[in-house]
Design a protein around this ligand. Structure first.
Ligand SMILES: Cc1cc2nc3c(=O)[nH]c(=O)nc-3n(C[C@H](O)[C@H](O)[C@H](O)COP(=O)(O)O)c2cc1C
Length: 192
């Protein structure tokens, strides 16, 4: 199989650590919405320590190295972005700090998609825009459309925590197609 016909590896990251997280639940739905030719795995943030340059200088903690490896081995990323205080949660920002560090920052130049789920009917647009801002610093290339906001979350998930809102599922499906297209375009260009 040539590089250009091999499946695209997608890694998903949820910015919430809680067990009943709507964002993590929506991220799990990605597995059943993938276009043909994409594989999917979730990278957890649960074991990441707070970024501290003293710790970094002593050598990356195993959880950080493992997280960076998961991102490095993926062709594209998808982030489930909760909104905290009109921005992104510290847990997610902390993960991005670890990804941003040299040598070979593993998200550099990689395409990504994002969506968010919120208990508020106002949704996560403010948090998602902050995430896009941070993408500039890490040189991650975010998909612009569709904007996917799953809100208010309590109306969009069933009692088992599964995302059941058809419009949200369809938007994520479209997002994945756009992400696949961009990832293939970038890969073809780098092989040319
Ligand atoms: C510290 C904190 C700040 C929050 N700020 C916002 C906010 O700015 N906008 C919003 O829509 N929801 C906000 N929420 C509510 C979240 O939408 C809600 O907790 C949501 O369930 C978080 O995502 P999760 O279910 O994936 O954990 C906040 C929650 C917390 C704990």
């Amino acid at each position: 199989m040539s590089a250009s016909s091999s499946p695209l590896g997608l890694v998903g990251v949820s910015g919430s650590l809680r067990a009943q997280s709507y964002n993590s639940a929506a991220l799990r739905a990605v597995a059943s919405l993938l276009p043909e030719g994409m594989s999917f795995a979730v990278a957890s943030l649960v074991d990441l320590p707070f970024y501290n340059s003293d710790v970094e200088q002593r050598g990356l903690p195993a959880a950080v190295q493992s997280f960076r490896n998961e991102i490095a081995s993926a062709d594209a990323m998808i982030f489930a972005v909760p909104e905290y205080n009109f921005s992104i949660p510290g847990v997610l920002k902390n993960a991005l700090e670890w990804l941003s560090r040299p040598p070979d920052p593993p998200a550099n130049g990689k395409p990504c998609a994002l969506f968010g789920a919120s208990v508020s009917p106002l949704g996560t647009a403010r948090g998602q825009f902050h995430f896009r801002h941070i993408c500039v610093s890490l040189n991650m290339i975010p998909i612009n459309t569709p904007h996917v906001d799953i809100a208010p979350a309590k109306d969009k998930f069933d009692s088992e925590g599964r995302l059941v809102d058809q419009a949200s599922l369809e938007s994520i499906r479209q997002l994945l197609v756009h992400l696949q297209n961009l990832t293939m375009r970038l890969r073809d260009r780098s092989e040319a």
